[in-house]
Design a protein around this ligand. Structure first.
Ligand SMILES: Nc1nc2c(ncn2[C@@H]2O[C@H](COP(=O)(O)OP(=O)(O)O)[C@@H](O)[C@H]2O)c(=O)[nH]1
Ligand SMILES: [Mg+2]
Length: 326
């Protein structure tokens, strides 16, 4: 059983040593623990510091690609290195390294495919009231969209089984945290949450430079996730709103014309009614098209999973074939 703990990094030379130091070196039920750092085009000495701290693998991305791409590059490397379990943690030592075991245990016991660490958000003094509320709102939207009950969706402290890591796929360039939970829920993976401890915040967030940016990104991400994973209901709802408004305005026109014999004027409202009804119908058709695209996406994801299995488990497969032939 091999556990690889991956740490996505962007200019983390100052906090990385403390984060690595806190990680466990051994664990019951695990034969090997290795650390992997993703150096996402850092301008400082992140990679050098990582090696000095005893990190076993460093994935170098020559240009900064953002956290989601860094996370996926890490997963890819861990799978290639034969990890049975992959843990993701932050380089700012935000999460308590000793709690890695709490994340890994349910996977070792076969109770979960993905385990998300739940931070005591209300007790984190450095998080503003607004940030706490936005995190709660984001988590709620993710719970609704994913049909899971993960209380802390933006948490980056999590563990994945090899099988789960092979099924994941992140489209958003900005964050992987919300999208992966939704995929896990939709693909019927066993995803659970365990409470974890956090350390005091050691520096400002690298992901959000200001509250305005945080709000903008959160709303955009949540909206995008909703449209991406529920296109039919989203566009049908939107289309029905337009259609309903057009219908009511059109009805008013007809009532005025037939019940009150008022056929003068009201051309503007008739035009508005027709335009709204047309927009409504078009939007609903868009929903059907988006639904077809999302069905295609599911097929593509299945194909991608098969390709990954063939690619990553080639060695296991040839061993298996040898066994069967003998
Ligand atoms: N690969 C990659 N990782 C990043 C980037 N920006 C931040 N990170 C890493 O993502 C993790 C979370 O960042 P952090 O600033 O602590 O965000 P917060 O905890 O959500 O406020 C840390 O390990 C960062 O080094 C980036 O552009 N690329
Ligand atoms: Mg952090």
């Amino acid at each position: 059983m091999k556990l690889i703990i991956q740490v996505p990094c962007y200019n983390e030379e100052n906090t990385l040593p403390a984060a690595i130091e806190a990680l466990p070196g051994e664990m019951s039920g695990v034969d090997f623990i290795e650390y992997l750092v993703i150096d996402d085009g850092s301008q400082d000495k992140t990679a050098e510091v990582a090696r000095r701290c005893g990190v076993h693998h460093v994935v170098n991305l020559s240009k900064n690609q953002g956290l989601a791409a860094g996370f996926m590059a890490g997963l890819d490397a861990c799978l290639q290195l034969g990890a049975d379990i992959i843990v993701n943690t932050d380089a700012d030592n935000q999460y308590c390294g000793a709690d890695v075991e709490k994340l890994v245990r349910p996977i070792l016991e076969g109770r979960a495919d993905i385990v998300v660490g739940e931070r005591p958000i209300d007790d984190i003094e450095q998080f503003s009231w607004l940030k706490k509320k936005l995190q709660r709102l984001g988590s709620w939207v993710v719970r609704v969209a994913s049909h899971t009950n993960i209380p802390d969706a933006p948490s980056g402290f999590r563990a994945f089984s090899r099988e789960a890591a092979m099924k994941l796929n992140v489209v958003s360039g900005y964050t992987y945290t919300l999208e992966t939970i939704i995929q896990a829920g939709r693909k019927n993976m066993a995803i659970i949450s365990v409470p974890v401890r956090t350390n005091p915040v050691s520096r400002e967030s690298r992901l959000f430079r200001s509250m305005g940016q945080y709000i903008k990104q959160s709303i955009f991400t949540i909206l995008r996730i909703f449209v991406m994973y529920n296109p039919l209901s989203f566009f049908l709802f939107l289309g029905l709103c337009f259609f309903g408004a057009g219908f009511l305005i059109g009805l008013r026109f007809l009532v005025l014309m037939f019940a009150y014999n008022d056929s003068t004027g009201h051309v503007q409202s008739l035009l508005l009614a027709v335009a709204l009804i047309l927009i409504g119908v078009q939007t609903m058709i868009l929903g059907l098209q988006a639904d077809l695209i999302s069905a295609n996406r599911k097929i593509m994801e299945d194909v991608q999973y098969c390709v990954r299995r063939l690619f990553y488990d080639k060695k296991d497969r040839s061993a298996l074939e040898k066994d069967t032939l003998q």
